[in-house]
Design a protein around this ligand. Structure first.
Ligand SMILES: Cc1cc2nc3c(=O)[nH]c(=O)nc-3n(C[C@H](O)[C@H](O)[C@H](O)COP(=O)(O)O)c2cc1C
Length: 395
């Protein structure tokens, strides 16, 4: 099958993964309205076409978090990625390293921080969930620092876990035993069973050695989900700020008030995110909130965006609207489910080419030019209003 875009990778992942894992990857919470809006709302913004510009020398290289990367994108934390492909987090890290972009590892990864750190000594960030037992979080950040992680993402939008109805139907993370229907579904993907069977037992690599941890993946997942601390609040962010000497990013910000609070607590980065439509169904899309948050932050911290990015034009719009970089979530995870490291590389390169081409068709050669010409990304509604006013004044 020819892979022309992220949707093609999604279809391939759908065919290759047991339904339980594909649904976990693809689904959102409740009616999945925010999930859909995340991508649809990029259409609310238009790009300005400019012509007769010398485009012979183009580059997407850009700086964020104090380092230079080949494009303004990084891989988002995706839990259980090692269940899509054997050693999934290691394979994703290899693809990211090769592509010259960073990656953020999930607390809920199958490969451990040490395993992933070994293939990505530079540019690996760590995502943190805070559990009722604070020692778990302290242990994870200590280990992350030791392997060279210098950027920590605190996920702030999961004090309670939302309902993802597809997962409930499949019994994923909601039960420690598999339903017969799920077992039959898994067996219907023999190639996946073969690959994963050869790999050996799946466990959550960052926590599997904790004393009271159950000994199989489903029970570990259910146990950890039940142990995420619902009382986590701003004092925990302040605690982390004291504990963590590196860069601290708060992930899951959708309001100016929360952005302001996080800035007061000394964060280095704000990640505008609704967890890919997996938490509050009905929340605004990340891209629709981005302009007001970027204006408010005004360079006091780096601004990142995730949720809904499936096209290079989405990356261009996010940067044009004030983001320093985007996080790719499902976009790369579909690639991982489709064909492991090769699929992740395909996802990154598809998005790189689309981004580069989109910029070129706007008459630009670099990300810095885009940042200097933010007016080239405009809200469709504003463009329409101007046209109406212009047509009235000519009558
Ligand atoms: C399968 C899956 C697992 C995820 N696991 C985590 C996680 O462990 N920690 C976290 O902070 N975010 C997690 N996220 C959210 C992503 O980091 C990111 O915010 C989201 O995927 C962005 O939306 P997109 O997939 O539409 O790009 C997960 C997302 C998906 C799709």
């Amino acid at each position: 099958m020819t892979i022309s875009n992220i949707e093609d990778l999604r279809q391939q992942a759908r065919r290759k993964l047991p339904r339980m894992f594909f649904d976990y990857l693809d689904g959102g919470s409740f009616s999945e309205r925010t999930l859909a809006r995340n991508t649809d709302d990029f259409d609310q913004f238009t790009l300005e076409q400019r012509v007769l510009v010398d485009l012979s020398s183009r580059s997407l290289a850009t700086d964020f978090f104090g380092a230079r990367y080949s494009m303004p994108a990084m891989l988002a934390p995706v839990g259980f990625a090692g269940s899509f492909w054997p050693d999934g987090e290691i394979r994703a890290a290899e693809a990211a390293r090769e592509a010259g972009i960073p990656m953020c590892l999930s607390t809920f990864s199958i490969n451990s921080i040490e395993e992933v750190g070994a293939v990505m000594p530079h540019g690996l960030a760590m995502q943190l969930y805070v559990f009722k037992n604070r020692d778990l979080a302290s242990g994870i950040i200590e280990r992350a620092w030791k392997v060279g992680v210098r950027t920590l993402f605190l996920t702030a939008d999961t004090n309670v876990s939302s309902v993802r109805e597809r997962d409930t139907r499949n019994g994923f993370r909601t039960s420690s035993s598999l339903k017969l229907r799920t077992v039959l579904d898994v067996l219907s993907r023999p190639a996946w069973c073969w690959r994963m069977g050869l790999h050996g037992r799946l466990l959550l690599g960052n926590v599997k050695d904790q004393a009271d941890m159950p000994r199989d993946l489903m029970s570990q997942a259910a146990y950890l989900s039940a142990n995420v601390d619902p009382s986590m609040n701003w004092s925990d962010l302040a605690w982390l700020r004291r504990e963590w000497p590196g860069k601290l990013v708060v992930k899951g910000i959708l309001s100016i008030d929360d952005a302001g609070r996080a800035l007061d607590d000394g964060v280095d980065g704000i990640c505008v995110s609704n967890h890919g439509g997996r938490q509050l169904d009905g929340a605004r899309s990340s891209i629709s909130v981005l302009p007001e948050i970027a204006r408010f932050v005004a360079g006091r911290a780096e601004v990142l965006l995730d949720s809904g990015v499936r096209r290079g034009s989405h990356i261009v719009k996010a940067i044009g609207l004030g983001a320093d970089a985007v996080l790719l979530g499902r976009a790369y995870a579909y690639g991982l489910g489709a064909s492991g490291r090769k699929g992740v590389s395909q996802a990154i390169e598809l998005l790189r080419n689309e981004t580069s081409l989109t910029l070129a068709l706007m008459g630009m050669c670099s990300i810095s030019e885009l940042r200097a010409n933010r007016a080239s990304v405009r809200e469709l509604e504003a463009v329409r209003n101007e046209l109406v006013i212009a047509s009235r004044s000519t009558v």
